[in-house]
Design a protein around this ligand. Structure first.
Ligand SMILES: [Zn+2]
Length: 476
């Protein structure tokens, strides 16, 4: 019996992993493909699932189809390989380029976390181990295979897929999967994360193609629901952003922006450049602090086939961010530490975007206690992450084992999101050429998924379920 099974991002926004098993009339397991292979982040009970084996042994999984390069979609790949997976990992070239820097960086962070934990432990027995190391992450890159958008890949006699645009981040795609059982054919659509549907003033700095692929046909849809219970604000955020930065600089404070190192950071530096050039904010020094800062810009500039017209125009006008005066890209730990010594107003953009690790930690440890400073969130903060705690008004946060007082101003601008909100999702779903027999919502907190389910049932008349962790759905 063919089935899909939700091995992650069911009941939560992280750990995306969906197994397709084609079944087998001869009594074997059939072909087994994973759509995405993401890391669980955030709450501890979810993170602990990163240490469990998949229900199907890793070495029995035949292929991975990777929608995009966010860690909650790709970050478990090195672990899958460590556990014995040896098949191809299909992704677009921009996704592969991004994974080439993100996964080793993730391995490095896992090693640092384990070392930090071991230093604080009295006993040398039973040391904490990294989920995977820098080297293991690098070794996993050899299994990646580049796929063009629209190209059909035959995985087995009965299973094939092709990528279509998701408009979420550089290289991001949805996977249209076809399953043939003799005369019966089933079409499955795995959306991965879905980008903003149309260009608006209130979705500024849109980097990639406008809108996900329209006119889809599917029997079964597995769809994200991150923003299922919230519409994005409808105002242009740039005046507010300019005012926040200007006010902070005038009182002698600095702005710290936790942001995913790739794309979100580049999008934001172009916006800062635009605000400076148009005289809307003072020309304070900007630091992009990430071990992959320079490589990230290079990958971003290389894939101009992915750009929206707005991005193309920005790059034509301002050139490479690596050459802008006043913008510094810090790649080494020494360069990163030097930023701590700058006490005049600066803007620091550093990862991780949800403050789960990385260099943002030492910037926040230094600058959170000072009320002159501003911490500005421009991305989704999953419950249980430090980012979520800071954003929701906590008085202190634990960093490197110590409690750090939060006295800095905290602000959030939701308009920079790369996820479609419910009105945008419904607008996209209305372009479908059929009404899918069933839709399963994943990648959402329970409340977000259930509210989106209600909206889809009411507005579209679709049959929609909220996917449960480890739930199996039979396909024939
Ligand atoms: Zn994503």
């Amino acid at each position: 019996m063919a089935y899909i099974q939700f091995l992650g991002a069911a009941g939560t926004v992280t750990g995306s992993k969906h197994l397709i098993n084609t079944g087998d009339p001869y009594g074997k397991n059939g072909f087994q493909a994973l759509v995405d292979c993401g890391l669980f982040q955030g709450q501890k009970d979810w993170r602990e699932r990163n240490w469990r084996h998949t229900p199907v042994p890793a070495k029995e999984i035949d292929a991975v189809i990777l929608t995009h390069a966010h860690l909650d979609h790709c970050g478990w790949i090195p672990r899958l390989v460590k556990e014995g997976f040896r098949g191809p990992i299909y992704a677009t070239q921009p996704t592969i380029d991004l994974c080439g820097i993100i996964l080793p960086d993730s391995g490095h962070l896992q090693e640092e976390d384990a070392n930090f934990y071991n230093k604080g432990k009295k006993s040398k027995h039973d040391p904490a181990l990294p989920l995977y190391t820098f080297e293991e992450a690098q070794a996993s890159l050899q299994y990646f295979k580049s796929v063009q958008v629209g190209q059909t890949i035959q995985l087995s006699p009965e299973l094939s897929f092709r990528f279509v645009r998701a408009a979420h981040i550089l290289g991001s795609c949805m996977a249209e999967v076809s399953l043939n059982f003799g005369t019966k054919k089933r079409r499955l659509l795995f959306t991965g994360d879905i980008g903003r549907v149309i260009d608006h003033k209130f979705a500024p700095g849109k980097v990639v193609h406008s809108g996900p692929q329209e006119g889809e046909v599917a029997d079964l849809v597995v769809m994200e629901s991150t923003y299922g219970n919230r519409a994005h604000p409808k105002e242009d955020p740039l005046p507010e952003l300019a005012s926040l930065i200007t006010t902070t600089a005038r009182r002698g404070g600095s702005v710290v922006v936790p942001a995913f190192a790739i794309e979100r950071t580049q999008k934001f530096v172009f916006i800062l450049k635009h605000l400076m050039e148009s005289g809307q904010i003072p020309r304070v020094p900007v630091f992009c602090d990430s071990p992959m800062a320079i490589k990230a810009v290079e990958i971003f500039l290389k894939h101009d086939e992915e750009y929206s017209n707005e991005t193309r125009e920005m790059i034509r006008k301002y050139g490479s961010p690596l050459e802008w005066p006043g913008f510094t890209f810090a790649s080494t730990p020494e360069e990163s530490k030097k930023i701590n010594a700058v006490l005049t107003p600066v803007v620091i953009i550093s990862s991780s975007g949800m403050v789960t690790g990385g260099r943002i930690l030492h910037h926040l440890a230094q600058r959170l206690p000072d009320p002159k400073n501003l911490v500005l969130f421009i991305g989704f903060q999953a419950p249980g992450t430090r980012g979520s705690a800071i954003k929701s008004g906590s008085k202190e946060v634990k960093i490197y084992g110590d409690y750090v007082a939060i006295r800095a101003q905290v602000a959030a601008l939701e308009q920079f999101s790369d996820h479609a909100d419910p009105p945008e999702l419904l607008q996209w779903l209305r372009t479908f050429r059929n009404r899918p027999g069933s839709t399963y919502l994943v990648h959402g907190e329970p409340d977000a998924s259930s509210q989106l389910r209600e909206a889809m049932t009411k507005e579209l008349g679709w049959t929609v379920e909220v996917a449960q962790y480890l739930e199996k759905v039979e396909l024939n």
